[in-house]
Design a protein around this ligand. Structure first.
Ligand SMILES: [Zn+2]
Length: 388
């Protein structure tokens, strides 16, 4: 009986904390009413949460007749997360508080093919981030990694076609080094979760996040949940065939979508120049040939998005990752294809937008996963209410 009561109490405590995170600032009375718990139960759980520094009391809220109530807020300064978006040609590492507010970020163009150098670079970035942390009750609560490749449901990296990594034991290396939980996610799935938790898809139940970088992957949220498929590999749309017998892809097949609509395909057009996206964006302002190369990418991106719309019937498609920088050149051409080739019933209800947050979507998704993992562990034995 005691164990059962303890589990119920933990569950209620977890639900009170989750509600404060979602509804803050909120008073004890509002919490009791929202959750259908007695005021005495809520007050006692709130006192514990304050003592343990998960939450704090803030100024006075609006009165509903009597004394103005004290309001409760989640203590975003109780700890920190570090999230690392490992791109094919860059690494982004961010330090955030527990609200997902970015406190420090480091972005470096980086050829990520050499595993050992990549690990050394990331350790240096993490150490710099940690030097920006103040003292806090929980310190660093975890590190998340976004990987451009196949990550199974257990967080194991199975394949990274655009990297030539000889090993992939990121989780073990960084858990040993920093002694905190390490979460590994596919970068597009993390991007979708970032947009759902902190970005442009907070209110969307059905949306697709398209990560368009060197490769192309998608994160799919349907009925409010990130869907992963049987093994966790759902969304490898970059390797669907768009031109049968077409250009050879690093995955071994020919004519893959990402050979025609990605940053890689853009760079392949200018092989002699050793260009990069930023230089090409500047060149496109004055050079017709460069502009046309972007427009071709926009066209093929439109073909892929048309397939996505017909397959998933999303409310919204959010295009993120590095190619989102080229919105001005891509958008008119991809919209032309979508307008011409999508069934009208599906087209009219699908909104296409480029992420405002394109650089950070994956990192912030990792941050959200890390915070949820931490809070679930803290209240283990209870059923922590999740937002997705
Ligand atoms: Zn391929």
């Amino acid at each position: 009986m005691a164990n059962y009561q303890q589990a119920v109490k933990l569950t209620n405590k977890s639900i009170v904390l989750t509600s404060i995170r979602q509804l803050e600032p909120i008073s004890r009375a509002e919490l009791a009413q929202t959750l259908g718990l007695t005021k005495a139960t809520v007050s006692s759980l709130v006192e514990e949460l304050i003592a343990e520094e998960y939450i704090y009391q803030t100024g006075l809220g609006k009165s509903s007749g009597g004394r103005r109530p004290l309001m409760l807020q989640f203590n975003e300064k109780a700890g920190y997360t570090i999230s690392c978006d490992i791109g094919v040609n860059y690494i982004l590492t961010v330090l955030t508080d527990l609200h997902g507010t970015i406190i420090h970020h480091i972005h470096k163009p980086f050829n990520t093919n050499d595993f050992t150098r990549t690990v050394m670079e990331i350790k240096s970035m993490i150490d710099t981030c940690m030097s920006n942390m103040n003292e806090s009750p929980f310190d660093l609560i975890g590190i998340g990694f976004g990987i451009p490749g196949l990550v199974n449901k257990d967080g194991a990296i199975l394949s990274t076609p655009n990297l030539d990594w000889v090993q992939s034991n990121i989780k073990e290396i960084f858990e040993d080094q920093y002694n905190v939980p390490v979460i590994i996610e596919n970068e597009a799935n993390a991007g979708a979760y970032g947009e759902k938790t902190f970005g442009a898809a907070k209110l969307n139940e059905h949306f697709i996040y398209v990560s368009a970088g060197i490769g192309i992957g998608v994160g799919v949220v349907l009925d409010g949940s990130l869907v992963r498929g049987a093994n966790g590999f759902l969304g490898e749309i970059g390797h669907t065939t768009i031109v049968e017998g077409g250009d050879k892809c690093r995955c071994g097949n020919r004519g893959c979508f990402e050979m025609y609509a990605s940053e890689m395909s853009l760079l392949n057009t200018f092989q002699d120049d050793v260009p990069d996206l930023e230089k090409l964006l500047v060149k496109a302002e004055t050079d017709q040939g460069t502009r046309e190369a972007f427009e071709t990418i926009g066209h093929y991106l439109g073909v892929g998005l048309t397939n996505i719309i017909h397959t998933f019937n999303p409310e919204r498609i959010i295009i993120g990752n590095r190619l989102a920088k080229a919105k001005a050149y891509l958008l008119p051409h991809l919209m032309k294809v979508i307008e011409e080739q999508t069934l009208p019933e599906l087209r009219t209800d699908t909104e296409i937008l480029f992420s405002d947050n394109y650089q950070y979507a994956t990192a912030l998704g990792l941050t959200a996963f890390t915070i949820e993992h931490f809070l679930t562990k803290q209240f283990e034995g209870s059923a922590t209410a999740k937002t997705i």
